[in-house]
Design a protein around this ligand. Sequence first.
Ligand SMILES: CN(C)C(=N)NCCC[C@H](N)C(=O)O
Length: 277
Amino acid sequence: MVSVNHQRVPRKRTYLMCSPEHFAVEYAINPWMDVTAPVDTELTVKQWDRLRETLVQLGHEVHQLTPERGLPDMVYAANGAFVVDGAVYGAQFKHEQRAAEAAAHRAFYESQGWRFIAPSETNEGEGDFAYVPEAHGGLILAGHGFRTELAAHAEAQEALGRPVVSLRLVDPRFYHLDVALAAIDDANIVYFPGAFSAASQKVLAQLFPDAVIADDADVMAFGLNLVSDGLNVVLNSEAAGLAEKLEAVGYHPVPVELSELKKGGGSVKCCIAELRH
Ligand SMILES: CN(C)C(=N)NCCC[C@H](N)C(=O)O
């Protein structure tokens, strides 16, 4: 691949994470979860700590949500809400096993003085919503097909006052938008076209002609489940091919190992909610 000399500028972020001390695979609500596969809790906590330290070393602020016993998926903090311009659109989980997580997120945001909008439609927060602040004046990309209902996209638009572009996910392995698409800076994205319907692929190609296009190996390695500050892209260490593609266009890949959390069907992004003032 040809190396391009782009001047990428990082922007300091504020994140929310939730420690995996109660993480386990006790039920299977996505194709990646296998209740018979053992999880090493000590290693999970170690890998998660490393991820948190990586963000802090990159200069970001990381808040923590208190994990609750009996909510083994609470570590996937990105699913609890979607925050844009200081407003918080709360989650309403599809599966009852995760339903109680929504209240914990709401309590966090309300205790910190954020403007919280309670949802009446099923949606899984940043799992299915991404924000690209400088694309077309500030665009919300939203996934539906497996978890978040289409009606939640309209509700989010009313709650947050930004245009929402609905994208249909068609492959159950990529059941959340954030497995198949990520903002890599304030104006551009990386995505795996095969996760989307043909019409949604056309929409993405029209809106983001310069997007980085990921392949099968990238998405299967959970590479797109990343967080970026505009320069540094923190992503699963298994996604070496995607790291190379991003480096070739001027980003700085920061690989982290998250093998244990992949057993629950998530990686870097799922563990990190962005708090956007
Ligand atoms: C990248 N993804 C998919 C996320 N945003 N969240 C992971 C959620 C995993 C959880 N076991 C579940 O199935 O809900």
